[in-house]
Design a protein around this ligand. Sequence first.
Ligand code: NAD
Ligand code: LMR
Length: 313
Amino acid sequence: MARKKIALVGAGQIGGTMALVAAQKNLGDVVLIDIPMTQGMPKGKALDIMEGRSVINSSVDLQGSTDYAALKGADVVIVTAGFPRMPGMSRDDLLEKNCGVIKTVAEAIKEHAPDAFVIVITNPLDAMVYNMQKQSGLPANKVIGMAGVLDSARLACFVADELGVSVEDVKALVLGGHGDTMVSIYESVSVGGIPLPQLMTKEKFAELAKRTAGAGGEIVNLLGRGSAFYSPATSAIHMAEAYLLDKKNVFSCAAKLNGEYGVKGLYCGVPVVVGANGVEKIIEVKLTADEKAAFDKSVEACQKNADWVDAHT
Ligand SMILES: NC(=O)c1ccc[n+]([C@@H]2O[C@H](COP(=O)([O-])OP(=O)(O)OC[C@H]3O[C@@H](n4cnc5c(N)ncnc54)[C@H](O)[C@@H]3O)[C@@H](O)[C@H]2O)c1
Ligand SMILES: O=C(O)C[C@H](O)C(=O)O
């Protein structure tokens, strides 16, 4: 059986890290694609990882390119092309700049890899994945956005730290848009199979949920230049793996809603099942009245940005 092909559009901080993680997992051959003005950069990153493969027991092939034609034959395309925010900026400040980048990349995917499973990472996430699906015309089950896996992992990390337990045993769920309005679900967190409400007060959980909503900004401020990249990269590769290996993993991601949660035609963070058919199911979680109100507010924020995309494309 031929090896799978993973195309990474954007070979910056996240793109380079994803290439390494995909190689470590022997997930498939990798092509890193960036813009012509980056000259040898994508090739250099690919070669750098290639030269270390004997140490990580990997036999996949890695290439770099500045030509979108290198997308041809890709099973999965992961898109980080665009600009990250700097301290003092919100993700929404990237809307205008990244909207045009995603349009260009969407047209290239439509031309060279129309059967691929596409994972968008570029911010503002929910609007950019909406834009990608709109511009590429690919079916909605084959175009998703990475955010919920990362936001849920961050919440799990904070819960584990607070309780002094292994983060391996904490499962968490964050819904809604990838912004200040994201919603952490108290009763969905479990610790070694024990529901979190048996271990932590709602008040303490609210503090951790607040930190989760601001976690991207916390890292932006610490780095001083650019944004988080290690955990976004591992989160996206986890999603790619679910598709490539038909794992039927359940996680939160930006998916196009078609009436679920009372929303139609909009991308927003919800739990999904991902397997060989892409998004195979959207799961509707029972929410409390407060959670539903918070989710609706988050949907409004996603809608506002999607409306901006519609008005400018
Ligand atoms: N969804 C999430 O949870 C999440 C998490 C972290 C970062 N992000 C976002 O991901 C994006 C990338 O972050 P990064 O840290 O890798 O940034 P980065 O600046 O290191 O890399 C982005 C790369 O995209 C390239 N690029 C720009 N336009 C392109 C085009 N038209 N075609 C191909 N490549 C192009 C740039 O040359 C650059 O190398 C940012 O928008 C950031 O906000 C999202
Ligand atoms: O915060 C950012 O700008 C990057 C990303 O969305 C994150 O959550 O780390």
